[in-house]
Design a protein around this ligand. Structure first.
Ligand code: ADP
Length: 157
């Protein structure tokens, strides 16, 4: 059984993330979206809000679940019996950081492999931080996030 963990901040989940999830769900037996509880990173949504919005956005996928974790991703992946970590790549600018992260994780546990996926071109440029900026400046975010996320963010803003 190939279990993949897709870790990240998901503050909030976007169509970019969801396209990665769709691809991963077609490749692996089980995909666990893992919301990192990273206290060093200032977030807009709490971990439980992010988990709830992800849950409402992944109903169509039968082999995808969402969870949250503290501490090292690789330790969480081991605990969940995962073989794979999934990360998304948008642009060359993501590459250096993601390469370093994957090599660090490989040094910590060689058995767990990082797999990089990309999205459809129309979702490639979407980032959670751009969405928060558009939202806070009164712009339209409905093209970038599922309806349930859009409505929640507007009500919270
Ligand atoms: P993190 O803080 O761990 O980078 P994010 O929620 O920003 O968390 O992103 C999680 C993962 O999803 C990262 O690997 C990121 O590169 C990827 N990702 C986010 N948005 C996109 C997108 N539009 N296309 C491809 N990958 C994406």
């Amino acid at each position: 059984m190939k279990i993949a963990i897709y870790p990240g901040s998901f503050d909030p989940i976007t169509y970019g993330h969801l396209d990665i999830v769709k691809n991963a769900s077609e490749i692996f037996d089980k995909v666990i979206i893992a919301v990192a509880n990273n206290s060093a990173k200032k977030s807009f949504l709490s971990v439980s809000e992010r988990v709830e919005l992800i849950n409402s956005s992944i109903k169509e996928f039968t082999n995808v679940e969402v969870d949250s974790f503290d501490g090292l991703t690789i330790e969480y992946a081991k605990k969940r019996g995962a073989n794979v970590l999934i990360r998304g790549l948008r642009a060359v600018s993501d590459f250096e950081f993601e390469m370093q992260l994957s090599q660090t994780n490989k040094a910590l546990c060689a058995d767990i492999k990082t797999v990089f996926l990309t999205t459809k071109p129309e979702y490639n440029f979407i980032s959670s931080s751009a969405i928060k900026e558009i939202l806070q400046n009164g712009g339209d975010i409905s093209k970038f996030v599922p309806n349930v996320v859009c409505e929640y963010l507007i009500s919270k803003n």
